[in-house]
Ligand binder design. Structure first.
Ligand code: CTP
Ligand code: MG
Length: 445
């Protein structure tokens, strides 16, 4: 739960008037049932698409750049209009492209266009969000703010954030565990320390807030922030981070655009197989890993750090679960095993976390034309007591693998090396869909 600080609910804070062409449409002044008796939306999503996309370096502002034959904004709107509960949709576009954004948004909305509007943005993301908030309908109680640049975010991802705002009554931000080891550096690049990444999350959008909180934060204004949770926090409204979705990554650089192109091509290929009545061939993989306890090492298991528990010995961090999963996905794709891919004595992997191997293996398997469908792993050992952190570990590994990971743990009734408490074993299976055939014959998008 995320209790909001005490605040006076009335009068509702107002947000400064947005850009010059932001005259609210008369359609947007309704509240309660509209003229046809249909209920007006209780949710709104502000899609900020007014950035220039400097880092992408394309000829057009980023949201209007072509991705697999359609603009980034159109792809983003696929997710928005796929939500079960209809929301008010406010697109914030560069001033010169408001007409083009309207055309795109109305086309994407189809019959749902009554609650769609487009407004011109500001010089910063925060100013663009402010412009969008100026058009909120009275009926809206839950506000999502979403980057158009996260073109592949799914409807489920958007809907989950909205639902959690309504359940908790506070701000909700999707985020992913940080897989890389993070260093702090001084001005000349010298490393000053290693940051504890277990407390870090790379946050995404949509970020969702109760209407009163986000309007109060924007009405108070202040310093420019790169996300809405930071502005809300600056005004005393805390947010929680919930599991994000790797597909909701932001297209920032040309490399991100290529990645989005590849993922969409995979999707089209899978759809082509499905419409031809051919399910992609499934392949299963198996991985087993064993490490002995080493009291002098910290314990890393299933991607998590376990303070106070004896660690596991090994060239890397000894995370038997992560390593077993790597072997399972590689074997399913016929790509060998972890030793063959990373070497067992390469100094670059000395002490490396399991997530490093896992991310690299997932990328390799995708490049080879497979989609990971699901992963299961079981820990065999006397300790640590796994169940209290099972959900946390599943969330982290699911984010790393990009497919559901389910985990369990068992003991061996005092038998064998695990029963004697000498070490831990982990067994994993992976299910992969072979989408190579469809990729080769993929239709033009
Ligand atoms: N955005 C916006 N108005 C701005 C700046 C950004 O609406 N003045 C939007 C972008 O369109 C994008 C989202 O905020 O959907 C996230 O910003 P970012 O990825 O930084 O996009 P750009 O600012 O366009 O890219 P860059 O920083 O590389 O110029
Ligand atoms: Mg920017």
């Amino acid at each position: 739960m995320n209790p909001a600080p005490e605040r006076t609910p009335e009068p509702e804070p107002t947000v400064a008037e947005p850009g010059s062409n932001a005259v609210p449409d008369s359609r947007l002044e309704t509240s309660g049932p509209d003229a046809s008796g249909a209920p007006t939306p209780g949710r709104a999503i502000v899609i900020v698409a007014a950035g220039s996309g400097q880092r992408l370096g394309a000829e057009r502002p980023k949201a209007f750049v072509t991705l697999a034959g359609r603009s980034i904004l159109e792809h983003c709107l696929d997710g928005v209009f796929g939500m079960h509960e209809a929301a008010q949709v406010i697109v914030v576009a560069p001033a010169a492209l408001v007409p083009e954004a309207e055309e795109i948004a109305f086309r994407a909305a189809g019959a749902a266009r009554d609650y769609v509007s487009v407004v011109s943005g500001g010089a910063t993301r925060q100013e663009s969000v402010r412009a969008g908030l100026g058009l909120l309908l009275d009926s809206v109680q839950t506000v999502l703010v979403h980057d158009a640049a996260r073109a592949l975010a799914t409807s489920d991802h958007l809907e989950r954030v909205a639902m959690l705002v309504e359940q908790t009554g506070g701000g909700v931000v999707p985020g992913l565990a940080v897989a890389d080891t993070i260093k702090s550096v001084d001005a000349d690049g010298t490393i000053t320390g290693t940051v504890d990444r277990s407390a870090l999350r790379a946050v995404q959008t949509p970020q969702g807030f109760p209407r009163a909180q986000i309007l109060a934060a924007y009405a108070a204004g202040g310093d420019d922030h790169t996300d809405d949770a930071a502005l809300c926090a600056a005004h005393g409204f805390s947010s929680i981070v919930v599991a994000g979705d790797p597909l909701a990554f932001k297209i920032t650089t040309p490399w991100d655009l290529q990645r989005a192109e590849r993922l969409l091509a995979e999707r089209v290929a899978a759809a082509a197989l499905a419409s031809a009545g051919t399910a992609p061939a499934l392949r299963s993989g198996l991985g087993i890993d064993v490490h002995a306890f080493d009291d002098d090492q910290p314990l890393w298991l299933a991607g998590l750090n376990w303070p106070g528990e004896p660690g596991l010995s090994g060239h890397s961090d000894g995370d038997a679960v992560a390593h077993a999963i790597v072997d399972a996905v590689l074997s399913a794709a016929g790509l060998g095993d972890i030793g063959g891919m990373f070497g067992t004595d390469d100094p670059r992997f000395d002490g490396a976390h399991g997530s490093v191997f896992l991310e690299a293996a997932v990328e390799r398997v995708r490049e080879a034309g497979y989609r990971i469908e699901s992963v299961t792993a079981q820990i065999v050992g006397n300790r640590p007591r796994f169940s209290p952190r099972r959900a946390e570990a599943e969330e982290l590994l699911t984010a790393l693998v990009g497919a559901p990971v389910s985990l369990s743990a068992t003991t061996t009734d005092g038998l064998g090396f695990t029963g004697r408490g000498e070490g831990i074993a982990a067994i994993a299976t992976a299910l992969l869909a072979d989408i190579r055939a469809a990729s080769a014959a993929r239709p033009v998008v």
